[in-house]
Design a protein around this ligand. Structure first.
Ligand SMILES: *Cc1c(COP(=O)(O)O)cnc(C)c1O
Length: 390
């Protein structure tokens, strides 16, 4: 197998920062105690957990007790959507949920699951630039709407949503509002007071932390029925022995991301702009998907007319370049991206698209190399396709 030399799939996952790994290591070895144990080693783990929670709360501008640690973005999204819905199933009368057509499947499939329990879901379409207009959310609200869930930034096309405005609309009407901030964390402001959301999901492995750990911010007073039962961990809200090394790593990774935010964003944005401009100038019939400016500083998603995206990715891989055709979770399936379809792409256009997402350690040289390989490969694949169709 060849090796990945140029990694351009940071929306799928990121490598653990060596400084994060260093913070985690003691909790695999000498400081291995269970935070629920009463003896010294347990208390030591408990202290590390409390400290991580307090540090993260400072970054989110919330109370430490409003943070529930989870196994990642998927669990946080499931807990938010199902937790609020099931609270209302037991305590309320509202049965209506509003979300968008281009959410991550963790939200979409949770919403679809809830339809089986009698909930009605409105899937609001983003506009052609990949932005969910607050007016479109407002138009979908009903007297029985209990929850609005809109992602902060889209994982395939990187577009940034007007979460403040959407949250404001909801809170005026007493509707609980969740945002999947998994792609935004480490890049965009995460102040929950500023954003005005009641629930917010993040996942450590998207910002140079470890896989398998995340959190759900839950504003105090939010109607929610906890979904995982067992021990009394997380103040009876999420049972199971805490992932102490992971949580310590997530706190460190988040701190580093916000300490280095301006620097990292400026670096990847310059590379992103070079990559977008280079593609659009050098490769005919290529098109950028999603708003040119209202997008994450690291996201490039392009359609190369007449080129099969999966074939292009295999060819990039042969050159040691890692990219993806949208969401990592749907790779391998032949379904065209639901995100690209939601912004008006045809299935054919969606299948001719690739996502390149940059990271803090990419270099200008890597971008130039990627442009050369893309130009050559797209031209070659088009020639082959043309020869076959003649
Ligand atoms: C990656 C991702 C998730 C899932 O997070 P995991 O920690 O991998 O379960 C959810 N939502 C978005 C927007 C993502 O990018």
């Amino acid at each position: 197998m060849n090796r990945t030399e140029i990694y351009l799939d940071h929306a799928a996952t990121t490598p653990v920062d060596p400084r994060v790994l260093e913070a985690m290591l003691p909790f695999f070895t000498e400081r291995f105690g269970n935070p629920s144990s009463i003896y010294a080693a347990g208390r030591e783990a408990r202290a590390a957990l409390d400290q991580a929670r307090a540090r993260i709360a400072r970054l989110l501008n919330c109370q430490a007790r409003e943070i529930v640690f989870t196994s990642g973005g998927t669990e946080s999204d499931n807990l938010a959507v199902k937790g609020v819905a099931f609270w209302h199933l037991v305590n309320g009368r509202g049965r209506h949920i509003v979300t968008t057509a281009f959410e991550h499947h963790a939200v979409l499939h949770s919403a679809e699951y809830l339809e089986r329990f009698g909930f009605h879901v409105t899937y609001v379409a983003p506009d052609a630039d990949g932005i969910v207009q607050p007016e479109a959310i407002e138009a979908a609200l009903r007297p029985d709407t209990i929850l609005v869930s809109v992602m902060y930034a889209n994982n395939e096309i990187g577009t940034i949503q007007p979460i403040r405005e959407i949250a404001h609309l909801c809170r005026e009407r007493g509707i609980t509002v969740h945002t999947d901030a998994v792609q935004a964390a480490g890049t965009l402001p995460l102040d929950v007071e500023e954003l005005g959301v009641d629930l917010l999901s993040i996942s450590a492995h998207k910002f140079y932390g470890p896989k398998g750990v995340g959190l759900l911010y839950v504003r105090s007073g939010t109607p929610i029925l906890w979904q995982q039962h067992g021990g009394a961990q997380e103040s009876n809200r999420r049972a199971g022995t805490e992932n102490v090394p992971g949580i310590v790593g997530m706190a460190r990774a988040l701190e580093l991301a916000y300490e280095e935010l301006d620097e990292r964003n400026a670096h990847v944005q310059a590379l992103r702009d070079r990559l977008i401009d280079g593609i659009l100038q050098r490769i005919p019939d290529s098109r950028l998907n999603g708003h040119r400016h209202q997008r994450l500083p690291n996201n490039v998603n392009v359609t190369f007319a007449g080129v099969d995206g999966e074939t292009l990715l295999l060819n990039l891989d042969l050159h040691g370049i890692a990219a993806s055709s949208g969401s990592a979770c749907t790779t391998g399936s032949t379904e065209p991206s639901h995100v690209l379809l939601a912004i008006g792409a045809t299935p054919e256009q969606a299948r001719s698209s690739v996502r390149l997402t940059l990271g803090k350690d990419n270099t200008a040289r890597e971008i130039e190399r990627t442009l050369d390989v893309l130009e050559e490969t797209v031209a070659r694949l088009r020639k082959l396709a043309g020869a076959r169709s003649r």
